[in-house]
Design a protein around this ligand. Sequence first.
Ligand SMILES: Cc1ncc(COP(=O)(O)O)c(C=O)c1O
Length: 412
Amino acid sequence: MTLDRAHAEALDAADPLAAFRDRFIVADDGVIYLDGNSLGRLPADTPARIDDVVRRQWGTRLIRSWSEGWMDVPLEVGDRLGEALLGARRGETVVCDNVTLNIFKVLHAALGLRPTRTTIVVHRGEFPTDRYVAAEAAAQRGASISWVGPMDPDSVEVDPISPGSVAAAMHDDVAVVLLSVVDYRTAALVDVAAITRVVHDAGAVMVWDCSHAVGSVPLALADVDADLAIGCTYKYVNGGPGAPAFIWANSRLHDQLHNPVPGWMGHSDVFAMGPGYDPAPGVRRFMTGTPSAVALAAVDVGVGLLAEAGMTAVREKSIALTSYAVELVDGWLADLGVTLASPREPHLRGSHVTVRHPDAQALTQALTDRGVIPDFRHPDGIRIGLAPLTTRFADVHDGLLALRTLLEALQR
Ligand SMILES: Cc1ncc(COP(=O)(O)O)c(C=O)c1O
């Protein structure tokens, strides 16, 4: 019977990516970690890589390390990330700053591509920082936001964003559309190619937030001819807490993109110290200030592991994990007042599964107290993050069994 632990163990035994878990530091404390969609695990090679950057490159080479490589690391790691995870061409990706600042930069750059238009289309249920920054960028440029999606941004429901709903929001004044590839609440995965086409047909610029997709869903940004994208590296990329984010910019646009934070690191000649700003050619112009060599080394390790696993295998495992979780939700939790907030169709989901329950916050705390770590999303969502390189089917089994046990206790 599929709900038996033996079934989960058989799935683990047959999992071609199972050995990748040993490439991460996993404490022997019995914790069941179901939050890799917030903070990915620590790769086993990361401490040594950081140690090398700190002790050798910084400790012995000192300032010389900037000319011995550090200056180019944001673009080199960007290229590796872009090729393995984004479907990018060389020279289209830079790793710098955080997602919030990168959204600000790319939205201003995108508005600059359509100077006569004054509307930014944003999903009403978009991640808060995206909404706040879009509203500020719009205000600074005399533009306004047109919200799509019928629902309350605080609710946890299946995301209705579709090519049709985006098409219905398009008009002659839309300069930019900002959407997430995978919804942070429900894991709803949108049709990136079809929506990009709809946006381009209306003459607007498409900006994708890939934060919950990168490292769990294969992306083909160059092939679908998207315009700009941003995303984080501390979730499925396992780059560590506060790891720098990325910006992807389609090479056909590079010469026209203006960075509204024109820092010296994005200058064409960083050490010229000239009187005015002259943007570097290519995506480097999106850099602002001095990058963290230490943090970039950690991102590089995470990217390398995903590149080695291959995004096709990662996606297959992700679909198998989320499908198994949905099976357990249906078999164990549905009659205890839990409903599924994530899409049922595997190809319409990213790599987490969200369930709803009126006591979600207390249940999440009780699970965490018992060593099962998902996360809570206001008002009633429990997100179960399934990281393909590190989550076992047995973890899904044990984590959801713990939730069932808590729910049964509530009923008594
Ligand atoms: C979709 C999305 N956008 C933006 C962010 C914020 O990123 P940062 O804190 O790096 O600015 C997150 C963080 O989880 C996110 O999930």
